[in-house]
Design a protein around this ligand. Structure first.
Ligand SMILES: [Zn+2]
Ligand SMILES: [Zn+2]
Ligand SMILES: [Zn+2]
Length: 423
């Protein structure tokens, strides 16, 4: 009954219908497709052109324009990457060059390339101290408020802030992004408005999922009970890198104290071990080292809390929530290597404040890079919002890994917390 015949490829065990064989010269479809692919790859290899748009260019502004230039994906073109990483190029810009780059973003707004203009403004806001006044005015006036990131509004001039405050009253459609932009501005006037809106919620609050002052978390601060701004991150910020530093001792990432997780039995770690001075805290504010104890498996599922005792030793807190998933997965959890990241160069506090920025994210201090929503844990003792201390990006240790581990502290209670986010 089976009138199928073997595929002509001697290495292939497939059998095919005679009708198929007539169409394919005797080969099965997988073999036909494999040959097509080989021919295609050979064609690309033979005809592919290598293009280096950076050849002979030394001006960092010109280099950055080429880095940001959109390129149609074309298998016949191999683009030579920029010899300098994008964040490094931005760091190298002089004050004049920052102005030129900001001017270029303004031109892009004028010519309708809003996405590109926003992308460049975000890089300038994160990696440099460039003023973005005109760019932000154009951004607001072109009406397109579907933000790539609202981070650049951190640098908005008073007239842009006032226009945001004006628009928020009537612009139902964009209220969410307007509030995020205002949170990034976060100056006295914004704080005053957030306070007023908390005391007497305007009618438009009904269109929101959370009250307006909660938006402050997205820009790294909160409104205190007294109605003042309280920052949730340290301005002093240091990149974490693989190179061993000249001056060790201020910081260690991932050490194993030799104890085990009471929930999943994995070895506990000190995710970060930090001299308080490294983030600008005095010895009075935190005596001894800040040691953040956690279980790398359990914290992927639940926030893990600890408290540093009077001897400077961190202790696991009984109220930590047990995760059934963590216990299931602990046995084949890939353990973080011990002490593979060290203190690198100082960077600006917003350097990694958006997860889409072209940079590496592991850092001590500075504003966190939230992969998901901003989620600052509350202190298990005083219930106040905990401060962000440091983050470790799995990608910086292993290119095939993903996700971010965050460390938080409450200096008043000497409690610590860790959490994890991934896309
Ligand atoms: Zn075959
Ligand atoms: Zn555990
Ligand atoms: Zn506390």
């Amino acid at each position: 009954m089976d009138d199928r015949i073997p595929c002509k490829n001697p290495q292939c065990a497939n059998r095919i219908l005679p009708a198929t064989a007539l169409r394919t010269e005797g080969f099965c479809m997988p073999c036909v497709n494999a040959r097509k692919r080989q021919e295609h790859d050979a064609f690309i290899k033979k005809n592919r052109k290598t293009i280096n748009v950076f050849d002979g260019i030394n001006d960092p502004v010109e280099m950055l324009k080429r880095v940001h230039a959109p390129r149609e994906p074309d298998p016949l073109i191999a683009w030579v990457p920029c010899p300098v990483p994008t964040d490094k190029l931005y760091q190298q810009l002089s004050a004049d060059e920052c102005l030129r780059m900001a001017g270029y973003a303004e031109e892009l707004f004028d010519s309708g390339s809003h996405d590109l203009a926003q992308e460049i403004c975000t890089c300038l806001a994160a990696f440099t101290e460039a003023r973005l006044d005109n760019g932000l005015r154009k951004w607001l006036h072109d009406g397109d408020l579907d933000f790539y990131s609202a981070l650049p509004f951190h640098r908005a001039p008073p007239d842009v802030r006032d226009e945001l405050l004006h628009r928020i009253e009537k612009d139902d459609e964009n209220r969410n992004v307007l509030l995020i932009a205002l949170a990034w501005i976060g100056d006295e006037v914004v704080v005053e408005h957030f306070k007023r809106w908390r005391e007497k919620p305007p009618s438009w609050c009904q269109t929101l999922y959370v009250p307006p002052h909660h938006y402050a978390h997205q820009a790294g601060w909160e409104l205190t009970e007294e109605g003042r701004r309280r920052d949730l991150y340290f301005r002093r910020c240091t990149h974490l890198v693989k190179q061993v530093p000249a001056e060790p001792g201020l910081f260690r990432a991932v050490t194993e104290p030799g104890t085990h997780c009471p929930h999943c039995a994995m070895p506990l770690i000190h995710l970060f071990d930090v001299a308080p001075a490294a983030v600008g805290l005095s010895n009075d504010e935190w005596p001894g080292h800040i040691r953040i104890l956690t279980c790398q498996c359990c914290t992927a599922y639940e926030t893990v809390y600890a408290k540093v005792d009077s001897h400077g030793q961190p202790q696991w807190l009984e109220q930590n929530v047990r995760s059934a998933l963590a216990s299931e997965n602990a046995a084949d959890w890939i353990r973080l290597p011990v002490e593979s990241l060290h203190l690198g160069e100082a960077r600006l506090p917003l350097f990694a404040a958006d997860p889409f920025l072209p940079t590496t994210f592991s850092q001590l201090g500075g504003h966190p890079a939230w992969v998901q929503d901003a989620e600052y844990p509350s202190c298990p003792e005083c219930a106040k919002t905990m401060m962000f201390l440091a983050q470790l990006s799995y990608e910086d240790i292993d290119e095939s890994a993903e996700g971010m581990l965050y460390g938080f502290i409450c200096p008043t209670c000497r409690t610590t917390a860790t959490s994890y986010q991934q896309t």
